[in-house]
Design a protein around this ligand. Structure first.
Ligand code: UDP
Length: 238
């Protein structure tokens, strides 16, 4: 069920299998394992611990991660985009009357994201929300709010590593069953940022679309070759 990439266990079945698999957990941290995030993790013990602890499951989010699994000849079944998993969890919550909490992004993005999600998922129960601009070292008011509202799932959209640090510090403290860092997904749901057209996603070119739309991302792409080189080196040694 997992492909070992650089010491990480990466889920290697389909997205539908993953949605069934998460039922086995009382508490789970879903990590969208794109090359940038996984590369940063091997250089940062706190992040590495967060991605590899018992409750964490990494999904292959990104063509670079899929490619890495092919390079080591243990290919994952498909790329699993974090935003698609987030949608499936929201659908599940709507159908099963479970609540969700949205933490992250700028206030107006957060509000538009929630407004749009409410109009798509009419019966979705939202336990609460807070924007992502706060100090991780002094956020007791937010922790109290989440504790009081007892959401089943919490989506944390503050980019990596801030969202990962928040989750690893609070996973045991908070009563949520599903924790998921979702990067820029609130921006997509708010309508602020568009996802690539389906054909580009199909060709594994979502990264190219994002770079065209947000050229500052080009610097972040350098982690893809660095990640792949590490994967090849690691595989040769282990
Ligand atoms: N963000 C936040 N708090 C911060 C920094 C960033 O809530 O202190 C939000 C930002 O507004 C945006 C998201 O985090 O909505 C950044 O996502 P990014 O595009 O970096 O994530 P990716 O999709 O690349 O993982």
């Amino acid at each position: 069920m997992f492909t070992k990439i650089l010491g990480y266990d990466v889920f290697n079945k389909t997205k539908n299998d993953f949605i069934k698999y998460i039922e086995n957990f009382d508490k789970i941290n879903i990590v969208s394992g794109n090359p940038e995030v996984l590369y940063n993790g091997i250089n940062d013990p706190v992040l590495f611990e967060c991605f590899t602890q018992n409750n964490s499951v990494i999904i292959p989010d990104g063509v670079g991660t899929v490619l890495a699994s092919k390079v080591i000849k243990k290919p994952v079944a498909e790329k699993i985009a974090g935003i698609d998993v987030m949608k499936s969890i929201i659908e599940k919550c709507e159908n099963e009357n479970k609540t969700v909490y949205f933490l992250g992004a700028k206030q107006n993005v957060l509000e538009n994201c929630i407004k749009n999600l409410k109009s798509t998922y009419k019966n979705l129960k939202i336990a609460g929300s807070h924007n992502g601009y706060f100090n991780l070292d002094s956020c007791e008011d937010i922790i109290n709010d989440i504790n009081k509202s007892r959401p089943y799932a919490i989506f944390v959209a503050m980019g990596s590593p801030k969202q990962d640090i928040f989750i690893s510090r609070n996973l045991e403290k908070l009563p949520c069953s599903i924790f998921m860092g979702v990067g820029g997904s609130f921006d997509v749901f708010s309508g602020n940022v568009k996802r690539a057209p389906k054909w580009m996603i199909g060709f594994g070119l979502e990264w190219l679309y994002r770079v065209i739309k947000e050229p500052w991302r080009i610097r972040r792409l350098s982690s893809i070759p660095k990640f792949l080189i590490k994967v090849i080196e690691y595989n040769r040694v282990n």
